[in-house]
Design a protein around this ligand. Structure first.
Ligand code: 9PG
Length: 524
């Protein structure tokens, strides 16, 4: 069968080609120096890695479906979603990238192999200068999936890092007051306003309703933004109880878990069920009708998890169908996708989160090293994955997550500056600092950052010029060593706890009751 043939591509004539094949193997002339591993969704690790030793399995495994492509989380060889590249001795790269969905690439000794999960599709094969080859790939993707919006990227204040889920009407009103005349285009309400994922109606902390809050934001001359996770259905939601047939089913007949979150298990909406699709469109239309014309659509990977759908179709095609429904229902609203499979979102959103969450900390030994999980919040993880995904910039606004301005002990001034420079390079500027905490000098820095557009240019993989200054991101680019010696025992212990639902619930509770929320944060 034509679909099953493995094509062996001669790399040397010509240096670029498009090949149609179900699977494809490139024989490399010599062992590569590095392998470019591309993560499946926004948060998944994207980095140049050691080609010989595969990375330790990311822990806890219970989070695999939420942080990486669960199908390949334990794949024995260096691998990545849709594309892969190797750096050769001469500094040039050899590149293999799918131009379709449900494709994966892995490195086996001196062979780069690519395959489609089902059927066949196109591949871009190239050899040459890294930045040029990635740019050509992006352009081919643009021809097939569509390109960035013509709208300018908005400057956003987002509620997440000030309040996490502990938001309420009063706190947002205070922020609106404290932002004063700072030139933010959008004030975006993040997680915490809803009754439950699946029940996208305001909870008791928003007694005046979401429409009234949107009106307050708009009265300050800004757009109102709202966070939702429309493809994730929490076990405490009405949808979960009333419409079990709307959920993606596993082969065991039980609904597929989309990960532990919001104090419980979540499941995935199956939009191939026409009723679920109608509900999804209605949910988006409701938010737009409330007055929100900037939507942060989060946890979207849920729509592309493997499982049994009402109408059988490949998982990323099903996800793209879901995003099409949301795009249509949202009308002109600006859509930022997050936790979203990368290639299947192209052409259907205005902006895309291209890295994990940052946090008011550089890196965490527990998460990044012991659990070997670089999708966890931290500035280093955020910079690394975002920089390795800058090639997407010609296709979509790339959101690196928020910059920090308020001085704190957990980040140095240089680290905060590095991230601010990254937002300049991405062209997408957002912060989540609590405005009442800004000293006058910090406030003026924010104003200058929002007002001045600094020119930036890339020198090589890690070095840039921003506003005439040299900026070197190499402190964020390396990966931790593999845990060894005593750290292996520590890893085993923390991983074990991480796999226990009760331990996660306890952790979740501790974070929720975290006393770092000071009185300053909203004037209770
Ligand atoms: C709201 C937040 C914020 C944030 C999003 C997303 O388990 N995880 O891997 C995981 C990653 C990211 C995450 C939550 C969980 O945060 O990126 O900006 O909107 O949701 O809950």
């Amino acid at each position: 069968m034509e679909n099953m043939t493995t094509h062996i591509v001669d790399l040397f004539q010509p240096s670029q080609q498009i090949v149609s094949a179900a699977s494809l193997t490139l024989g490399l002339p010599q062992p590569p120096r590095a392998f470019y591993r591309h993560g499946w969704q926004s948060w998944s690790l994207t980095a140049w890695t050691d080609p010989v030793r595969e990375l330790p399995v990311m822990k806890p495994e219970i989070f695999h479906s939420r942080q990486t492509d669960p199908v390949y989380a334990k794949h024995p060889h260096p691998n990545g979603s849709w594309l892969g590249a190797v750096e050769m001795e001469d500094g040039k790269i050899i590149f293999l990238g799918a131009l379709g969905l449900e494709a994966h690439v892995s490195l086996r000794e001196n062979q780069l192999q690519g395959w489609y999960e089902s059927g066949s599709g196109e591949w871009f094969v190239a050899r040459g200068n890294e930045l040029e080859v990635f740019e050509q790939y992006a352009s081919l993707l643009g021809e097939r999936f569509g390109k960035a919006t013509s709208k300018p990227a908005p400057r956003v204040w987002c509620s997440w890092y000030s309040f996490y889920k502990e938001i309420n009407e009063k706190k947002i009103q205070n922020v609106l007051r404290d932002l004063g005349d700072l030139p933010f285009d959008v004030v975006q309400i993040d997680d915490g306003w809803q009754v439950a994922p699946g029940d996208w109606i305001p909870n008791a902390k928003f007694p005046s309703g979401m429409d009234s809050l949107a009106a307050s934001i708009r009265a300050t001359g800004r757009k109102a933004g709202l966070w939702m996770a429309p493809l994730a259905i929490g076990e405490k939601s009405g949808i979960f109880k009333e419409h079990p047939d709307w959920l993606l089913q596993g082969w065991n007949g039980k609904p597929v878990s989309a990960g532990f979150e919001w104090g419980g298990d979540t499941f995935a909406l199956d939009v191939t069920n026409p009723q679920a699709a109608d509900w999804l469109a209605n949910t988006i239309r409701t938010a737009v009708n409330w007055g929100y014309d900037y939507l942060k659509l989060d946890f979207l990977y849920a729509g592309a998890l493997p499982g049994k759908r009402h109408v059988d179709m490949p998982r990323e095609a099903a996800y793209r169908h879901a995003l099409e429904i949301m795009r249509r229902a949202a009308g002109d609203a600006y859509l930022l996708v997050c936790g979203s499979p990368i290639i299947p979102s192209l052409g259907l959103c205005d902006a895309m989160r291209v890295g994990p969450d940052v946090a008011n900390l550089w890196d965490s030994r527990l998460y990044s090293y012991l659990l070997y999980n670089q999708t966890t919040p931290g500035m280093k993880n955020g910079i690394r994955t975002t920089l390795n995904r800058l090639w997407l910039k010609s296709l979509v606004h790339v959101d690196p997550d928020v910059a920090f301005f308020h001085e704190s002990k957990s980040l140095t001034a240089e680290q905060r500056q590095l991230f601010q420079d990254l937002t300049e390079i991405c062209g997408f500027k957002a912060t989540s600092d609590l405005p009442s905490l800004w000293a006058e000098t910090e406030r003026e820095r924010v104003r200058a950052w929002l007002t001045n557009r600094q020119e930036s240019a890339r020198v090589d993989r890690t070095r840039f010029t921003v506003g005439g200054r040299s900026v070197d991101f190499s402190p964020a680019m390396d990966l931790p060593p593999r845990p060894g010696g005593f750290a292996l025992i520590e890893r085993a212990i923390v991983s074990w706890f991480g796999e226990q639902l009760w331990a996660l619930q306890l952790w979740d509770w501790l974070l929720r009751t975290n006393p770092t929320k000071t009185k300053e944060d909203g004037g209770e």
